[in-house]
Design a protein around this ligand. Sequence first.
Ligand code: SF4
Length: 478
Amino acid sequence: MVHEAQETTQSLKVIDEARQGSVLYKEEWEKTASVGAKRFYIESYGCQMNFNDSEIVAAILYEAGYLPTRQLEESDLILINTCSIREKAEETVRKRLRVFEAVKRRRPGTLVGVLGCMAERLKKRFLEEEKLIDLVVGPDAYRDLPNLIRGAESGQRMVNVLLSREETYADISPVRLDSNGVTAFISIMRGCDNMCSFCVVPFTRGRERSRDPFSIVAEAQDLFMRGYREVTLLGQNVDSYKWQNPETGSIVNFAQLLEMVAQIHPRLRVRFSTSHPKDMTDEVLYTMARYDNICKYIHLPVQSGNSRILALMNRTYDRPWYEERIRAIRRILPDAAVSTDIIAGFCTETEEEHQDTLSLIEWANFSMAYMFAYSQRPGTLAARRYKDDVPEEVKKRRLNEIIRLQTAISLRHNQADIGKTFEVLIEGDSRRSDCDFCGRNSQNKMVVFPKKEGYKPGDYVYVRIHDATSATLRGEIV
Ligand code: SF4
């Protein structure tokens, strides 16, 4: 599972990066727009994979003559890239559709399209449930968008939710949306062959397929040439990345891909997400140890600290296996930080089994974690086989205990960095004050520090830490 990112509306400096590799601002866009180009507005929800898909959609629409707008009221095409991972994510989408409905009443010609996992999960039913929708497009059907739009413009309501065993969009260079010009995501594979019993992803994103490694390296090289200094390789389970050369039959696995990207340039940082405890090899860890520019951070979801629950979740590993993987990381990468995912209150989870999750969190010393209460998803193995029998108030109480414990551990983890000096990549202004820069260290910790003459986003600086909260390190450039 790749992680939740904030929802955003797409900024305008994107298109011309794709077209000319340079940044063109609003006034020049206005000039271009006045020659009648149609405009699209896109909102993205859910994981980084979805945000990266929106960048692929932007490139496809741009080729079809569309330009982006941030203004809902001036868009000819409204798109929402949806998430289906929890009930709440779908509720958010329904609320946004009400807003689009009002726009459509004021501008009847406007088309509304739903993309992503909720579109794939609901398929044609989405049209029946939501009369305003003109297009329902699944994650593997974005190439068909121009054709579907033409159909919708002629008054039809269009659906394409075919899942593919080949599609990786490898030949499409994403248009960087809402980019800070320093960090970017690169999808290396699509789909997932694991069948975790609580998860919709295998049903909404299909079977696993790995992208041609040379197209990944080319995309990373192009980003580096354009001033980006960090790429994050994305996959539901990057450790099962496996590409076979159709000519030679030779195989490229994740450790080899990681090395290929790390060799592009020592000043290009490499991150990846998400790892899977079952497939994460020592070969990957030794490759990380060999390259300073491969960041010393691993996101390794555990989900539960109890082996019986892990079996019910069909995670294909048990608690001792997970602990052995953590020990391997500590042995081979002593400076690495590890984060995780936790689900509280899964079907039939007892109080003792919940205590097992708390004790694992205490033992593993994660730098941070994504923590959620179990949300039953229609069509999943768990929904079909197990009763969602842990009462909501018990789920909530267990989740709060997990959050309280992990927040204390994250604070302890960050306080242990006070007095240390880290190399930080400046990503931009701190959200709180434009007198401060923010950026992350190799361990993926956010560092905030006062600006200093002569430094700008994209620069590497050394920052000595003098303070910490559970979420942020504070320091100064040395
Ligand atoms: S099935 Fe499991 S591994 Fe695959 S995306 Fe879902 S949670 Fe992650």
